[in-house]
Structure formats: C-alpha cells, structure tokens
Ligand binder design. Structure first.
Ligand code: HPA
Length: 234
C-alpha cells in the first residue's frame, strides 16, 4: 500500500497498462482481462488486476498530465516492482497523414518540461521507448485493420494551449501527435531499469479540428489495448 495506490504488494502485476482515464482502466479490465479485480480506488484512480492469456496484468489509471502520471508510475516502479509500463491513451493528431482512429506508437516523446526537469537541469534528456516493446507493438499493429504510425510525439503540459508556436514547431519537425504523459513515463522507466511504451489512439486532430464522437471510440481503443498486451508478452 502506498500513498496513492491502496493495493497489497502482491496485487500489482509486473506488467501495468496505464490509461489516463480511470474509467477506461475499468472498461479495458472488464473487456480484456480474465477475472479482473479492483485493486485500487484511492482518489477514484481505479486499478484492476487480472490475467490475459495466462499472464498477470494490472491496468491502473494515471490521471491526466505528467505530474499525475509521475505519482502512479513512481509508486508502481519503486514500491510495487513493476517492470513494464505501457501507456494506453488518446492523442491529438499533428500531421496530415495521421487520421482520426489511427494508432501512434511513440518512439520518442519531446517535451518542454517534465517533473524530472529538476534532476536534469540544463541537460536535454531524450525520452525514448523501449526497443523490444516498440518492435513488438509495431508487429502486432501491422496485422490489424487500423492505420499505424511510428515516430516522435509531443508530451505537452497544457491542453488549452496559449502558445500555438510550440505546436507549430513540433508539427514542422515531423512530430505525429500530442498528449500529456509519455515523456515522464519514458524517463521514469529509464531511471528504474524498467520498460516503457506509449500506444495512442488519435481522438482529435489539430489540423482538421475533427474529434472522435464518444460512441465511436470503443473499437479503436480496443485495438490499442490489444497491441499493448501483445507487445508486453511477445
Ligand atoms: N492535446 C493534448 N493532449 C491530448 C490531445 C490534445 O489535443 N488530445 C488528446 N490528448
């Protein structure tokens, strides 16, 4: 039991999927895990543990933004001994070839700041995915009837952005999509010798201003969860 995760030590699996939304954690656990049981309700940040193809898996909400994710990822890595953390979340598309419902597998996560900035100070650390997870996720994604993009994403601190120039620079440098958590996840996994990846569904688009209707999300989000599970155990 930690400050933010009210689970017993054995309640958390070595492989943890991390959606931002706690209700998506519940949805994914009920849909994809066998015998899911709720292992955390502290602050409503739901977590579930069950099995997938015989493997133990935890699905724990991270909340929105890097400071929130950092709390849950730190406790999972340091106190519960998690070894593989995979973010499953939504992102905003930033390039014309990236369409709504496509999946982005994030090789790197550029960012202006993270909760780890105090450690790195003037150093510009390059947060990157674990290669074996990335490779396995791409292999799984390519077997599916869904658009897949692999490359850099932007982990922003601000959803309601007052600095469009930052998005513009990211777009100009080929960044595929924007979300708010992956960079700190990659940094923490590196710090604690764990594996990390972000598999993201494009839920809105910064160029076209389209957004996925909520009743249309389930199928695309299902692909994302299955790709993450395939990657973790391949
Ligand atoms: N910006 C930041 N985070 C996001 C977005 C966005 O447009 N869409 C989904 N997560």
């Amino acid at each position: 039991m930690t400050v933010h995760i009210g689970a017993a030590p054995d309640d958390i699996a070595e492989t943890v999927l991390m959606p931002g939304d706690p209700y998506r954690a519940r949805w994914a656990a009920e849909r994809f895990l066998t015998n899911p049981r709720c292992i955390n309700e502290v602050r409503g940040m739901l977590g579930y543990t069950g099995t997938w193809n015989g493997h133990d898996v935890t699905i724990q909400g991270s909340g929105m933004g890097m400071p929130s994710l950092s709390i849950y990822a730190n406790e999972l890595l340091k106190d519960f001994g998690a070894k593989t953390l995979i973010r499953i979340g939504s992102c905003g598309g930033m390039q014309p070839q990236v369409k709504l419902r496509d999946i982005i597998i994030a090789m790197t996560a550029s960012t202006l700041s993270t909760p780890s900035r105090g450690i790195f100070r003037e150093l510009q650390f390059a947060p990157s995915a674990s290669w074996d997870l990335l490779k396995a996720a791409v292999t799984s994604a390519e077997t599916r009837d869904v658009g897949v993009h692999v490359g850099g994403i932007y982990s922003s601190d601000i959803f309601y952005d007052e600095r469009p120039d930052l998005n513009n620079e990211m777009q100009r440098h080929g960044i595929l999509g924007v979300e708010m958590e992956a960079a700190e996840l990659y940094i923490l996994a590196a710090r604690y010798g764990a594996r990390a990846l972000a598999v993201l569904t494009v839920s809105d688009h910064l160029l076209t201003h389209e957004a996925l209707p909520s009743d249309d999300r389930e199928r695309s989000f299902g692909d994302m969860v299955e790709i993450a599970l395939d990657a973790a155990f391949s």
